[in-house]
Design a protein around this ligand. Structure first.
Ligand SMILES: Nc1ncnc2c1ncn2[C@@H]1O[C@H](COP(=O)(O)OP(=O)(O)OP(=O)(O)O)[C@@H](O)[C@H]1O
Length: 311
């Protein structure tokens, strides 16, 4: 289990992290989402020891991380940390050996992962000669080559073609199924919704919501779609238990302040009084909508990034 507990970090006058906390459990695929500058990369760098926290703690299996336990984490940095002029195979073997694997093990792992990720025919090529998407596959291989117990990946899906997205998704699921905690950041919320067991939403350096997509959905204001073609504008605005309405999906979306049976009945009765009701159902907002609502309801917009804040 990987725990980020109350971690804070400033860069000069910029508060990058302000008490960030999240937990990634064994055998869990965790999606880390938030606006540009919300603090995802900083959190991951601190977890990996690339940066030091000002306050708070990162624990692996209940113990504060140290140099030895950090070696159990496979990391894919956002800035991608490969040597551009080193051949793919040589580089992967080197990284595995650096993490304590024997030369034979390192070679076997480099061969296995390049095969698995569809870049076996590029083993002899310098990394800089590969397309960006293929460099990303090498970067994933680099995170996996020493057989880590935990995976921390910063935007692993950005810029990948659909087939590469499938390969990446499959590999992350396999690691999850093998019992590893796997956390990745992404702005591709459909993908996060499809792939992740739990999601953490961050805003301005702190986690503002965490749970399965279903839990996050339950925590947001429930909405009904009512399609009643003869209903006049504002027909549901004043009903008891209704927080607001808007026109959408060729009908009316009714946001409920109180999702009780009494409210549902009142809304349905009011709709039926206007004429035929073609549709009446609970809406299941996608993660993108839940994300927007969560971020909007957790404070004023984040201040713009301080230009040139000192590191
Ligand atoms: N080395 C640094 N020096 C100064 N400020 C920094 C540094 N690294 C990050 N920051 C600031 O910390 C804040 C958090 O940045 P971070 O990169 O963690 O966000 P992010 O959520 O990963 O964003 P993105 O989605 O754009 O990758 C931002 O305001 C950023 O400008």
């Amino acid at each position: 289990m990987l725990e980020i507990d109350g971690v804070s970090k400033r860069f000069g006058s910029t508060v990058a992290l302000d008490g960030m906390s999240l937990t990634v459990r064994p055998g869990e695929l965790y999606g880390f989402v938030g606006a540009n500058g919300a603090g995802k990369t900083t959190t991951m760098r601190i977890a990996l020891g690339v940066l030091a926290a000002d306050a708070g703690e990162v624990r692996l299996d209940g113990r504060p991380l140290d140099a030895a336990s950090r070696r159990r984490i496979g990391y894919m940095p956002e800035e991608r940390g490969l040597y551009p002029r080193m051949a793919v195979g040589t580089q992967l073997r080197y990284l595995a050996e650096l993490r304590g694997r024997s030369a034979a093990d390192a070679r076997a792992a480099a061969d296995r992962w390049t095969e698995r990720l569809g870049i076996a025919d590029r083993r002899g090529d310098e990394v800089q000669r590969l397309s960006l998407g293929n460099q990303q596959r090498v970067q994933l291989a680099a995170a996996l080559v020493a057989d880590p117990d935990v995976l921390v990946l910063d935007e692993p899906f950005s810029g990948l073609d659909p087939l590469a997205v499938d390969v990446m998704s499959e590999v992350l699921r396999e690691r999850r199924d093998a019992g590893a905690p796997v956390v990745f950041s992404s702005h591709q919320l459909e993908l996060v919704e499809r792939l992740c067991d739990r999601v953490g939403i961050v805003r301005a350096g702190r986690a503002v919501a965490e749970g399965t997509v279903e839990e996050l959905r339950d925590a947001s204001a429930p909405e009904l779609l009512v399609v009643a073609p003869h209903a006049p504008p504002g027909w549901a605005d004043a009903l008891p238990g209704v927080a607001g309405t808007r026109a959408a999906h060729e009908g009316t979306v009714v946001t409920l302040a109180d999702p009780s049976d009494a409210t549902l009945t009142a809304v349905l009765d009011a709709a039926r009084r206007t004429g035929p009701v073609l549709e009446f159902r609970r809406l299941r907002p996608p993660l993108a909508e839940i994300y927007r609502d969560t971020v909007a309801s957790t404070g004023t917009p984040a201040p713009p990034e301080a230009p040139g804040a000192a590191a």
